[in-house]
Design a protein around this ligand. Structure first.
Ligand code: BGP
Length: 521
């Protein structure tokens, strides 16, 4: 993270001696209800019941001990009214980039710059969702989804970023909303999923304050028009991603590598855009409309679940999210961030921090992996980040480290540290090596493994009362995955880009069962 130096010192875990260990023999004693002596026949019955094969008359063992049952079902349930949704973003699926008066976005420019995107892919057509949205809503319905998170393309609504709105742009989202509601699916629009109007980039993009104000105007306009049907609006998707990857490393649009002072100003303007938008949405939408961010919070996972490491993870949550969610939730930049930035710290106008921390109705968190495993430390700042081993397992994307507990600690820390009353998992999912088999189906057992493992941790959170209200799977269907182009597949539906045919993967069947039963399967 250029320009942002957190001093993170790895220290060996020297506190494991405080972990309460239960002697092996007692663990077994407390966990088992088995008769002390079993015949070979009885033992084989245990195996049969584990496999779900009905036991043939084994009086004391016929009742399944490990299989299904009302108790087990309840213990795997999500709260009543929990929302099961899928997520997408405009540039990644819509296509139709020159239709109905849409203006250019920075992603149009970036993808048409040779060498920026794998295979030089672009979103000109993408999933052609602009024309196929009805079919895509039918796919959601077939999944049993009750909510849909999608993004609104700013350059469709305001082709130049500001000025006169383009009615045809809004019409598309009008039709989409109507169709979603007709199918019993609640719309959860995101106002910015990275497709800044190119006209605004030409005037300075996120480096200038005007862009934050333009965003608020656009957000207020959309909320005024759509809040009769959409009751929840996400402001910005993943400040931390579009700021850092677009303005520090340059691997995302607009492809900049800014020096620290300018980068910090971009960070600040993104936060300001969020805060101004919350105010504009409140001012212009129907009563009861809810709004909040969708941030890829840096999830801090305690290295061992003991009180000291848990407390360290809470502290680390505030520190490692200092330029983003911490500032939004606390209304100030943390001292460590300002000290590290020094003379390059963002220029903050009077009342900016109040605006940035305008109370939100909910916090959306995108959770894929831990930002860090955290260990307690006696030395300042009270925690250390434990590095990932070189061969740490990943999914198909090399960045996607498999750590199901991130989906417990992510929302749990947000609830605990900032007292958030409502949380949505706005994204979670994985890439996999999806290839249709000879029968045309995609057997993505790896994605099911990922989902079952992560959702088990989410269920753990909700069962403890962490106020997670819904889960949006990334993604409904394979799509244009930014710098990775179409080569990386995250969907529950497989997309054949030559024909635009969508085929539900095996994971879609898994997801449908989870949503229908509102519990893990
Ligand atoms: C999130 C984005 C999504 C999606 C996902 C997968 O950060 O909000 O839009 O793209 O990551 O990541 P990637 O496409 O980089 O593999």
């Amino acid at each position: 993270m250029a320009g942002l130096i957190f001093i993170v010192v790895y220290r060996c875990i020297d506190r494991t001696d405080t972990v309460t260990t239960i002697p092996m023999e007692l663990q077994h004693a407390s966990a088992t209800v088995m008769p002390t002596r079993l015949t070979r026949r009885q033992l084989s019955m245990v195996g049969a019941s584990v496999l779900g094969v009905s036991a043939i008359a084994a009086p004391s063992l016929a009742r399944p001990r490990y299989g299904a049952g009302p108790g087990r079902e309840a213990s795997r349930a999500f709260p009543p009214k929990f929302l099961w949704g899928t997520a997408t973003a405009a540039y990644q699926i819509e296509g139709a980039v020159s239709e109905d008066g849409r203006g250019l976005s920075i992603w149009d420019t970036f993808t048409h710059t040779p060498g920026k995107i794998r295979n030089d892919d672009n979103g000109d057509v993408a999933n052609d969702h602009y024309h196929r949205y009805r079919d895509d809503v039918s796919s959601m319905k077939a999944l049993g989804a009750t909510a849909y998170r999608f993004s609104i393309s700013w350059p469709r609504i305001f082709p130049q970023g500001t000025g006169a709105p383009n009615p045809k742009g809004l019409d598309f989202y009008d039709r989409l909303l109507d169709h979603l509601l007709a199918n019993g699916i609640a719309p959860f629009p995101t106002l910015y999923h990275w497709d800044l109007p190119q006209a605004l980039q030409d005037r300075g993009g996120w480096e200038i304050r005007d862009t934050s104000e333009a965003f608020a105007d656009y957000a207020g306009y959309v909320a005024e028009k759509l809040s009769d049907r959409a009751r929840h609006f996400f402001t910005l998707n993943e400040c931390a991603a579009f700021v850092e990857l677009g303005h520090a490393t340059g691997i995302f649009a607009p492809g900049l590598k800014l020096p620290p002072a300018r980068l910090n100003q971009v960070r600040h303007h993104a936060l300001l855009a969020h805060g101004l938008a919350v105010q504009a949405i409140r001012a212009r939408s129907r009563a009861g409309t809810q709004t909040g961010p969708a941030e890829n919070v840096s999830v801090c996972v305690p290295i061992i679940e003991t009180p000291e490491h848990i407390a360290a993870a809470e502290l680390a949550t505030r520190e490692l999210n200092a330029p983003y969610l911490t500032a939004i939730m606390e209304g100030r930049y943390r001292e460590s961030f300002l000290v590290a930035a020094g003379a390059d710290a963002p220029k903050v106008a009077a009342e900016d921090m109040q605006t940035i921390s305008t109370p939100v109705d909910f916090v959306g968190v995108n959770v894929y992996l831990p930002g860090s495993y955290v260990s307690a430390s006696d030395a300042a700042p009270g925690f250390v980040s434990v590095p990932f081993p070189a061969k740490y397992p990943t999914m198909n994307s090399s960045w996607l480290k498999i750590a199901p507990e991130a989906l417990y600690w992510g929302p749990r820390n947000v609830a605990k540290v900032w007292n958030a009353s409502d949380i949505y998992i706005t994204e979670n999912g994985c890439s996999a090596t999806d290839v249709p088999a000879a029968d045309g189906r995609v057997y993505d057992t790896d994605r099911i493994m990922f989902l079952r493992s992560y959702l088990t941790q989410l269920q753990r959170a909700t069962s403890e009362g962490v106020p997670v209200r819904g889960y949006f799977h990334w993604s409904l269907m394979d799509n244009f995955e930014w710098a990775d182009g179409f080569g990386t597949r995250f969907g529950l539906l497989y997309v054949d880009y030559a024909t635009q045919q969508r085929t539900p993967k095996l994971s879609a069947s898994f997801y449908r069962e989870v949503a229908a039963r509102n519990r893990l399967v």
